[in-house]
Structures are given as structure tokens and as C-alpha cells.
Design a protein. Structure first.
Length: 406
């Protein structure tokens, strides 16, 4: 099969940790094509040499596979020269069996790119790519924090203390003071004085829950865990400040997203870092959902519909969307009713993915049109008035702005 040439000067790159194999297919004015092959290292001087070589060849297009994180430095070097560069999904450019070499990979990429058969992956602007480092590391820290909190709860249970039975959150402000007092070896009656008045448990129940056998080893491990938890919390706070400082230019888009149930300021910032603010890069909500990996997969053969398992997408965005979906499913909005309808027949996990899909489509149109969220089933202004009207009327009467009701 003949492949029609759309680009006359293309370069394919096979990128590895310590080596970059390049293959250029160049067509001269007479219509003759020649192939040039080069190998470069991955140090800064080598990446600069690669960019200069591409400029000398007057390359129209450079293509590379998304190999781990190794593609990022060569991409940045080529991006700085202004050469159009595509990062493609390795699954879409699988080489012909029996011809699997680095040179063969680079030449196959160049051949496909020359015929215009490759579609580049979404690569956000350089500023958002830098903020991704902060956002993704913050997600890792949140995971570590959850693990350490669970470990602390497990050690408390191991010592016979059942504070988690009578307190909804062992890491709330009052409960944490009580745990620190336990670690310090304070008497039980002094620890009870630290209990919040908002606790539903009685003092007798709290007293029974605090009865345990804390050994010196328990206290040592609990003290180290508590110190580590507070260190991670302080670190997450610093990451939040750094992330929000870098998102000042996108504060309008962040404000739009915060009108959607389940999304706070940090969640909005972390989502925009991943998907950007320009929805033309995806074209449609269906393609965005496919890129994230929250839409049903297509798998049909001989007229039979097989497994519709979601495909692999961006795990960071999918995690954020699932968190938003959990929050929205507990909020008075159209997403809550949708979740409850799906929960009965599809189960919890599938329902959360469905709500995440619906949230992402809504986010696409909000960013595309620059409009805030308006719920189709709930009037939030009316809810606010119903909730606050008695307090407002009481204040107006108190200051004589309206007559005392009869």
C-alpha cells in the first residue's frame, strides 16, 4: 500500500534514558527522498545538538513516543526552537513484528508522520507542565498522609484504646489533642477535659474508650507517627500555597469550576493543571473523557457487545474526578439524584465513574463557554434564602429596619 506524503521533512525519535535514536526522512526539490540516521545522548548538550540538527534539516515535524518521563527534556529542547513536535501514544504506533530495533522504531515513526497518520497527545503549556510537578507530588503526599493516619489508628487499637468507636474523626482538633495527651501519659480525667462539647458520646463512653494498655513502645510509635503526620500536613500546606501562586493567571477559570458541586479551590487548581483551560485542544467532551479514561470502552465483535471496561487514561485526573463525584453525590444537586438512581442497579464504583464522566463533560462546556454552573434541579439562591431568612428577619427587627411581626 502506497502512503501519500503530507510532510516532506520529518524526524522520528526513539527516546530512552541514556540515548536518543533519530531517523529523518527528507524529500528534496527533485522529489527524491533520503534517510538520515543519528544517535544522541540525553544530556543537555546532546539535546541542544538534537535541536540544532533538526533546524539544519528544516524539519517540518518531529515525532516521538511517550516513553515514561524521558520524552519531556527532548520535547522542551525542540519546543524552544519552534519546531512542531508531537508526542504520540506508543500503543497507536506499534511497529511491524520482526523489525523491532531502535533504528526501526525511529524510521517507522518518521514514515507514519510523513503520511500524516499520527495524532499527537495533549501537551499543556510549559507553565502548567511545571505546576504539574507540584500538583502530582501533592497527591502523593495526601496518599502518604492517609496511610500514616490509618497506621496511627491501628496502633491505638492495638493498645486497646477505642477512641475511633466514639469519635467520628480521630484526627479532628479535639480528638488530636486527646491523642497527644495519651502519648504524653496524662491522666484519663485530664484527657476528658479536652473533649469537645460537640461530641455525641457521653463522658462515660469516652472514659471507657480511653481505657487501654499503652506501653512505652506504643507511645514511641504514636509520637513518631503524630510528628510525621503534622510534618506532612505542613508540607501539603506549602504545596498548596505554591500551586495557587502559580495559578493566578487562571483565577477566572478556577472561580468557574468552584461553582460546580464537590470542587474546592485546590481541586480546581489541580484539575486545570492537568487539562488546561483551552478545550479546543480536545475538540469534544467525548475525546476529553476518553483521554482521561472515564468513559466506557468500545469492544464489539460479531454484533455482540463485550466488556465495556474503561480504558487507561490520566490517573491523576481520574482520581480528582472520583473525589469530586463522591462529594457531589452527597450534595443537593442533579448529580446526587443521578448517583442514587445508578447505585441500585450498577453498584457504588460504577456509579462513581458515571458521575465522574458527567462532571467532566459539564466541566468541558463550562470552560469552553466561560459560564458558571447552573443546576437543572436545584435553585441554590432559593436554598440560601430559605436557610438564612429567619436570621435575616430577626436582625432586621432587632435594628428597627422592619416592624415587629404580630
Amino acid at each position: 500500500m502506497e502512503l501519500t506524503t503530507l510532510h516532506k521533512r520529518v524526524i522520528g525519535l526513539d527516546v530512552h534514558q541514556a540515548q536518543i535514536t533519530a531517523c529523518a526522512i527528507v524529500q528534496d526539490e527533485s522529489g527524491e527522498s533520503r534517510i538520515e540516521q543519528r544517535q544522541f545522548g540525553t544530556f543537555k548538550r546532546d539535546r541542544r545538538a538534537l535541536a540544532e540538527w533538526a533546524l539544519q534539516l528544516r524539519a517540518e515535524l518531529v515525532v516521538m513516543e511517550s516513553t515514561g518521563i524521558y520524552w519531556k527534556s527532548p520535547y522542551a529542547a525542540l519546543e524552544a526552537t519552534g519546531i512542531k513536535t508531537l508526542v504520540v501514544n506508543a500503543k497507536h504506533v506499534k511497529n511491524v513484528p520482526g523489525r523491532k530495533t531502535d533504528i526501526g522504531d525511529a524510521q517507522w515513526l518518521a514514515t507514519l508522520a510523513r503520511a500524516g497518520l499520527l495524532r499527537g497527545s495533549f501537551i499543556p503549556p510549559a507553565q502548567l507542565r511545571e505546576l504539574r510537578l507540584i500538583s502530582r507530588q501533592r497527591q502523593k503526599l495526601v496518599g502518604q498522609l492517609a496511610a500514616e493516619k490509618n497506621r496511627l489508628h491501628k496502633v491505638l487499637t492495638d493498645s486497646g484504646i477505642r477512641l475511633g468507636v466514639v469519635v467520628s474523626d480521630v484526627h479532628g482538633a479535639a480528638a488530636r489533642k486527646m491523642v497527644k495527651a495519651l502519648i504524653a501519659g496524662a491522666p484519663v480525667h485530664d484527657i476528658l477535659e479536652l473533649a469537645s462539647k460537640r461530641f455525641k458520646a457521653s463522658r462515660e463512653e469516652l472514659f471507657d474508650a480511653l481505657q487501654g494498655d499503652l506501653t512505652s513502645s506504643h507511645r514511641f510509635v504514636l509520637g513518631e507517627l503524630m510528628q510525621h503526620i503534622e510534618e506532612i500536613e505542613a508540607r501539603i500546606t506549602r504545596f498548596d500555597h505554591q500551586l495557587l501562586a502559580g495559578m493566578v493567571e487562571h483565577r477566572n477559570a478556577m472561580a468557574l469550576l468552584q461553582t460546580l458541586p464537590g470542587i474546592d479551590v485546590i481541586g480546581a487548581a489541580m484539575l486545570l493543571v492537568e487539562i488546561g483551560t483551552d478545550m479546543t485542544a480536545f475538540g469534544s467532551p467525548d475525546r476529553l473523557a476518553s483521554w482521561v479514561g472515564v468513559c466506557p470502552g468500545n469492544n464489539e465483535s460479531a454484533g455482540k457487545r463485550k466488556s465495556g471496561r474503561v480504558g487507561k487514561g490520566n490517573p491523576y485526573v481520574r482520581r480528582l474526578l472520583c473525589e469530586f463525584a463522591h462529594s457531589a453525590s452527597r450534595t443537593t444537586c442533579v448529580f446526587k439524584s443521578k448517583f442514587q438512581a445508578l447505585l441500585i442497579r450498577r453498584g457504588h464504583k460504577r456509579s462513581i465513574i458515571a458521575i465522574a464522566h458527567k462532571l467532566l463533560r459539564t466541566i468541558f462546556f463550562m470552560l469552553q463557554r466561560g459560564q458558571y454552573y447552573r443546576d437543572s434541579a436545584t435553585n441554590y439562591e432559593e436554598l440560601s434564602v430559605r436557610k438564612n431568612a429567619p436570621r435575616w428577619i430577626k436582625s432586621l427587627v432587632k435594628f428597627g429596619l422592619i416592624p415587629q411581626p404580630v
